[in-house]
Design a protein around this ligand. Structure first.
Ligand SMILES: Nc1nc2c(c(=O)[nH]1)N[C@H]1C(S)=C(S)[C@@H](COP(=O)(O)OP(=O)(O)OC[C@H]3O[C@@H](n4cnc5c(=O)[nH]c(N)nc54)[C@H](O)[C@@H]3O)O[C@H]1N2
Ligand SMILES: Nc1nc2c(c(=O)[nH]1)N[C@H]1C(S)=C(S)[C@@H](COP(=O)(O)OP(=O)(O)OC[C@H]3O[C@@H](n4cnc5c(=O)[nH]c(N)nc54)[C@H](O)[C@@H]3O)O[C@H]1N2
Ligand SMILES: [Mo]
Length: 907
């Protein structure tokens, strides 16, 4: 039965679990209760008492003053938010707070976003009766950090910053020191922010009601002309951004408090690393290489040159001598057009995207086992799970908003299992950290299955009703040599056993996997086993379970959904299938090729063998990011025509014949699809920088130039076209996507799908596939003379090739790649922290600064790939996952020595 409580004697329905404050704010439009220490995304604190209300148990009965923020609302409560004594109390509290604040607060003009000033106005304070100006002049401003500054004299000790740091980010950097009038917020052990463990997520800034902690560029103070909601351009979490614009420039970014993806939360990249967009390095005019030099050209000239070259190659060699790579940074509409251009205008299926070097094994492995290659569940399911398995992923750095959620879950006592050769931040919070040797995932997972079967923890009902191939799988597992597998992984057998039992016996267990699973020679096999692990324990098809790849780039899910793959067109339809072929030909009104095209590594191979003459690369810096850079460079140099559509003159753009200046995500419209299949609107925040064009417009114009009747570019119209061909976009319209987006498949009536495979799998029955561990060819072939395994991964502050983040103050936070090396190995080579080390593989060598660390075991080294001066991909290997052709960035055979002639560099 509906329960009721009363506000000023008016009845309103109450919701389970809400506080009086939440109830009043939800029920009434006008702001009846002010608050200071309360913030909607933080737990109730009950310190400032400003939210006090009168509460009676009968109408007009004797009332008690209660802090509404932490009093649960109850049936039959009579709430009086603004009685005379309450108004007086509030005024008094605000006066007291103001007396401990800079004297000029009430008249301070910059602070027109200050909540305290608003409260003073609301409670009717014009002057303060208490001695004012005890504003702690001894407390110095902290200007140490490139993004966050603090002015402690403005602090009112509401603790919102401390709680944001604890409850949102889980970093525990801030705390309250001293007592009474002297109490104050400190960072770390009273350091400056830059010397504390702060990650720069800015949650404290967003939570601060005054501007005691504020953004450096632009404190909350200066009012924006307008605010636009859009989606972040970095990782696949798909955080919503509320972007403040003034005079046509981006001033600051916040996480909308009502966002489904990131309420009030962002990471240092999403919130702060946006200034690349108007960096002086932005390319602002088309460039054509003439006699080895780039010469500025008009768009018309560039298009004419490209179109005539493409036509020549088609005529002389055929359309399959041309290939395209589309950008996972770009919206769906632009990706869709890029594949349409390659297929319907050029006439080739040679189209791919960076998923190839990333989660291609996920797409393939999950398509084979489940029928759909995408995450089965949603990030919010972390709240509904009991056990989280993080397999080869480092989300606190690579997907920080999700990482923080997982960390909070672990802090709250949920079981956390981390499988990673490095001791990542989450590994430190984990109940079980299985620190396996790089490249031994299949061995480790087979052990998991062995213990689950041995302990009778299989979900027999689920296996019988919903899967196939289990018996053969089981026999295979039981036939494995368990001691040998244990030896291969290098992990204590009992720890693996306990972790397997924890996963299998949890009521709801959820897995997240990353590149540690996929970027291996057995990447697809690993993903299939992770999927089988969910099947064998019945962890599929409801909230709080499932298999959840942490997709990499902001729209890498979308790039594949839109058909930027050589075997599947828009909507994952098989281009070699008769019916599909006919369907696409009709839809595009063009003759289409029906044989599968080149995957990215095959494009380079073809170029090296003169089988490819032209490439068109949109927004990817492959020279720095694809493996074996020298091979990539050689391949690109052999082309007659290389078109690169970019924001910057990257290492890849340098090799281009024509560079076309594109507009960044802030300058265009469309949709991004995040790692939980959520299609979200990207809104134009500012106009394209003069001289640049949105990628969709560029591709449309070249399609038109080549004679194809593609209408002038409008993202919303292209979205309509997509909904007409991609089955799981059927019910998507620009309008329906609204503020929060929709998770595909979206049915014709507009309903979306937070959880996949609820009743049956997309492919019918879920398939078990047995897998046998095979040592990587890299290690088999180079076991002599290359005693270390190098594994490469990412750091929080920089993004892939760093083309964007290196052009922001993130560079002040992290200025180079470092090599993690175990103290014992360092000792053996007399390497000290900060020394330059030469790392050499059979492909090449490079010098990197050493950081001695226990995060890696002996024999294992780890580094990032964000800086072109290190160019780590000069040494990564040519070994690929056999099925998906994903490169094995995670296992590189190397040797090391202390670099000669290079000075020690210290930070
Ligand atoms: N800050 C930041 N965020 C990013 C990116 C970035 O460059 N910077 N890039 C984005 C992109 S494109 C992607 S794809 C995602 C990737 O995000 P993640 O999947 O988290 O990627 P990595 O950090 O490369 O690798 C994850 C972990 O795999 C571990 N690992 C290495 N070898 C093995 C192995 O053999 N087995 C297992 N089990 N683990 C292993 C590594 O130690 C590492 O901790 O991040 C996205 N987000
Ligand atoms: N050693 C090693 N190498 C790796 C990996 C690893 O783990 N280890 N991971 C691999 C993975 S998972 C990935 S996904 C790749 C990523 O490799 P890339 O995709 O090559 O990396 P990014 O640096 O993200 O490149 C994106 C480029 O797009 C440009 N750009 C941004 N927005 C736009 C836009 O709107 N339009 C256009 N036209 N351009 C834009 C940027 O300037 C940038 O140069 O790296 C891979 N390389
Ligand atoms: Mo990626």
């Amino acid at each position: 039965m509906q329960k009721t409580a009363y506000i000023n004697d008016q009845p309103y329905p109450i919701q389970e679990g809400e506080t009086v404050l939440e109830f009043v704010r939800r029920s009434r439009e006008e702001k009846l209760i002010p608050a200071l220490c309360d913030a909607p995304h933080l737990k109730p604190f009950g310190a400032c008492r400003l939210c006090s209300v009168d509460v009676a148990l009968e109408q007009g009965g004797p009332a008690r003053v209660m802090a509404s923020c932490h009093t649960p609302v109850a049936e039959g409560m009579y709430i009086y938010p603004s009685t005379e004594r309450i108004l007086k109390l509030r005024k008094n509290i605000v006066e007291l707070v103001l007396s401990d604040h800079p004297q000029d607060c009430l008249t301070c003009e910059v602070n027109n976003n200050c909540e305290l000033q608003e409260l003073a106005a609301l409670t009717g304070i014009r002057d303060i009766r208490y001695p004012v100006g005890r504003d702690h002049p001894d407390r110095k401003k902290d200007l140490s950090h490139p993004y966050i500054s603090s002015d402690p004299s403005k602090c009112i000790n509401c603790s919102r910053c401390i709680r944001a740091c604890d409850e949102v980010q889980g970093m525990f950097v801030l705390s309250m020191a001293d007592r009474g009038f002297e109490s104050r917020v400190i960072k770390g052990t009273d350091n400056s922010l830059i010397d504390s463990s702060c990650l720069g997520c800015g949650s404290c800034v967003q939570a601060c009601p005054t501007s005691a902690i504020s953004d450096v560029f632009e404190s909350k103070s200066v009012a924006a002309d307008r605010k636009v909601q859009t989606v972040c351009t970095y990782c696949g979490v798909g955080c919503n951004l509320e972007v403040a614009v003034k005079n046509g420039k981006v001033r600051s970014i916040e996480g909308p408090l009502d966002s489904k993806v990131n309420p009030g939360q962002l990471c240092v990249k999403g919130r702060y690393a946006f200034s690349f967009y108007d960096h002086p390095d932005r390319i602002r005019t088309p460039l054509i290489k003439k006699n080895g030099e780039f010469v500025e050209s008009s768009w018309d000239e560039a298009y004419e040159f490209i179109a005539s070259e493409l036509k020549r190659i088609i005529k002389e060699n055929g359309p399959d001598y041309i290939a395209g790579i589309s950008s996972a940074n770009c919206p769906n509409e632009e990706n869709y057009l890029m594949q349409k251009f390659m297929r319907a205008v050029i006439g080739t299926n040679n189209i791919d995207n960076c998923a190839r070097v990333c989660h291609a094994p996920t797409a393939l492995g999950m398509q084979r086992t489940f029928g759909t290659g995408a995450a089965t569940n949603s990030i919010e399911d972390i709240d509904h799970t009991d056990c989280i398995l993080v397999f080869g992923a480092n989300p606190t750095e690579a997907h920080p908003v999700t990482g923080a959620k997982i960390k909070q879950a672990a802090i709250q006592g949920k079981t956390l299992i981390v499988v990673d050769p490095r001791r990542t931040e989450l590994a430190r919070y984990a109940d079980y950290h299985l620190q396996l040797k790089p490249g031994t995932n299949v061995a480790l997972l087979n052990l998991f299955f062995y213990y689950i079967i041995k302990e009778n923890l299989t979900d027999t009902g689920f296996i019988e009703e919903r899967t196939e191939g289990f018996e053969e799988f089981r026999q295979h597992i039981l036939s494995q040599n368990i001691d040998e597998l244990v030896n291969i992984t290098g992990v204590d057998w009992n720890l693996v056993r306990e972790a397997a039992i924890a996963y299998a016996s949890a009521a709801n267990a959820m897995s997240f996997h990353g590149l540690g699973a996929t970027e291996n020679s057995q990447g697809t096999a690993t993903v299939m086993l992770i999927a089988n692990l969910a099947m064998i324990t019945g962890n599929i098809g409801r909230k709080g379970v499932g298999v959840n790849p942490l997709r990499g780039q902001n729209n890498v899910q979308g790039a594949a959904d839109m058909g930027c793959q050589p075997n599947q067109g828009a909507g994952y339809l098989d281009v070699t299938d008769d019916d599909v072929h006919a369907l696409y030909e009709k839809f595009y009104r063009a003759r289409l090729p029906r044989h599968v095209g080149y995957k990215i590594p095959e494009m380079y191979e073809a170029a090296l063998q003169d089988q490819l003459k032209a490439m068109w690369i949109v927004g990817e810096n492959v020279v720095q990011t694809d493996p074996n850079s020298q091979m990539v460079i050689e391949a690109l140099r052999k082309l007659d025509l290389l078109v690169v559509q970019e924001l910057f003159m990257t290492e890849t753009a340098e090799l281009a014949t024509v560079v076309l200046p594109a507009a960044s995500f802030l300058e265009k419209e469309g949709t991004f699809t995040n790692g939980e299949r959520r299609v979200q609107r990207v809104n134009r925040v500012i106009d394209p920088l003069p001289g640049t064009k949105p990628d969709g417009q560029i591709i449309t114009e070249i399609m038109q130039r080549m004679g194809y009747p593609q209408p002038d570019y409008s993202a919303q119209e292209v979205l309509e076209e997509i909904s007409g061909i991609v089955p799981f976009f059927k019910g998507i319209t620009w309008k329906r996507l609204g503020k929060d987006g929709l998770q595909w498949p979206v049915h014709e009536d507009g309903t979306d799908t937070p959880v996949l495979h609820e009743e049956i799998f997309k492919r019918g029955r879920g398939a078990f596939y047995k897998q046998t561990y095979k040592q990587s060819l890299e290690l088999q072939e180079h076991n002599n003379g290359y005693p270390f395994i190098l594994t490469t991964n990412r750091g929080l502050e920089h993004y892939n090739s760093g083309a964007m983040t290196r052009r922001t103050p993130n560079r002040e936070l992290v200025s180079g790649d470092v090599l993690l090396i175990n103290p014992a190995d360092a000792g053996k080579y007399t390497i000290e922290d900060g020394d330059m080390v030469c790392v050499e593989s059979p492909r090449g060598k490079t010098d990197i600064r050493a950081q001695i660390s226990n995060a890696v075991k002996r024999g294992v080294l780890s580094t990032t790939f964000h800086f072109p001066d290190v160019m780590i991909n000069n040494i990564t290997s040519d070994v690929y996952d056999s099925d998906s052709l994903c490169p094995e960035y995670k296992v590189v055979a190397v040797r090391i020595r202390k670099s000669k002639g290079l000075h020690k560099i210290r930070n």
